[in-house]
Design a protein around this ligand. Structure first.
Ligand SMILES: NC(=O)c1ccc[n+]([C@@H]2O[C@H](COP(=O)([O-])OP(=O)(O)OC[C@H]3O[C@@H](n4cnc5c(N)ncnc54)[C@H](OP(=O)(O)O)[C@@H]3O)[C@@H](O)[C@H]2O)c1
Length: 274
């Protein structure tokens, strides 16, 4: 465990546009509802440096309990959480923090754009929360470049992060370039394709070549490209496997091969940024 923590520390953290650091990898908690507190506590003991949640995952109280159980120092864990489309974002942020038992979140996101507009009012609420110290950084999720532009035009504030579905099977060069230009970090959700593409033949071949699993290759692909994966795992052996990705490097040609698997695939139905 100590070794894994050292390996993660050696992998450069991602610098967000305001200067704060975000770990290169974390744990997703959507549907992580089978004993959330014990599962997250186990992940923290393994060395997971970041936990992603949302008000609608119903995992915040369990995460809060895990943080208290393990006694992890606040500066050693990065927490990202979200507000929903219909929320008063400022009030919801306070509620999220109450459920988590925290004074501040490292990252607060708009979970998805509302049906009309770009979510300007939500964004105003998050800006206020950030300015009052309730969130270190703020960002969006499931946003297209056009919607981010709308938000920036209305507020002058560029999101630090766009959390989107991102895997070798579904990603976008246009989105990647846009985020690079604007200095927005891509936090990669469903990086394991929700386990729907782990049997892909090309992926399995690479896994064999590197003596790793298909899931580990998918996670490593993200890390090496500076996109930040947050795989979810409820099962202990998955938690252990997914963090064990800091002791190998996928070669350039194989990264290209993985990039070539892109077919705009989404495990949730569609990629909202294409
Ligand atoms: N912003 C958004 O709109 C949004 C949308 C979706 C997800 N997210 C975030 O991103 C996180 C991750 O995405 P996700 O939960 O959709 O999907 P995911 O992480 O791609 O896949 C999770 C699934 O993969 C399985 N799994 C985990 N590790 C495995 C391994 N090593 N080998 C085989 N199977 C493995 C898990 O099983 P077990 O649980 O049984 O171990 C679970 O069924 C979410 O939990 C959430 O925090 C955000």
């Amino acid at each position: 465990m100590q070794l894994i923590k050292q390996q993660i520390n050696k992998t450069s953290a991602t610098r967000l546009r305001g200067g704060n650091l975000m770990p290169p990898f974390g744990l997703g908690t959507w549907l992580l509802t089978s004993d959330t507190a014990a599962t997250v506590a186990y992940a923290l003991e393994l060395g997971y440096p970041m936990i992603d949640t949302s008000s609608d995952y119903r995992t915040q109280p369990g995460i809060g309990a895990a943080l208290r159980m393990t006694g992890i120092r606040r500066e050693n864990i990065f927490i990202s959480t979200k507000v929903e489309e219909a929320d008063d974002a400022y009030a919801r942020t306070k509620n999220d923090l109450k459920e988590l038992g925290l004074q501040f979140a490292d990252l607060m996101l708009i979970h998805r754009p509302p049906l009309a507009g770009a979510g300007e009012r939500l964004w105003e609420g998050l800006i206020r929360a950030r300015d009052e110290g309730l969130a270190r950084d703020i960002g969006v999720s499931n946003y297209s470049p056009a919607l981010i532009d709308e938000l920036v035009d209305a507020s002058g504030e560029i999101p630090a992060v766009n959390q989107i579905e991102w895997s070798p099977f579904g990603h976008s060069e246009k989105m990647r370039r846009y985020c690079l230009e604007k200095n927005i970090v891509i936090q990669a959700y469903s990086p394991l394709t929700r386990a729907t593409r782990l049997n892909d033949a090309a992926l399995m071949q690479l896994a064999q070549k590197y003596r790793k699993t298909a899931a580990q290759i998918l996670i490593r692909w993200n890390i090496q490209q500076g996109t930040v994966p947050i795989p979810k795992a409820n099962q202990k052996h998955h938690l252990e496997e997914n963090i064990n990705v800091f002791d190998f490097e996928i070669g350039k040609d194989d990264i290209k091969l993985l990039n070539g698997l892109n077919e705009g695939y989404s495990s949730l139905g569609y990629l909202p940024y294409i």
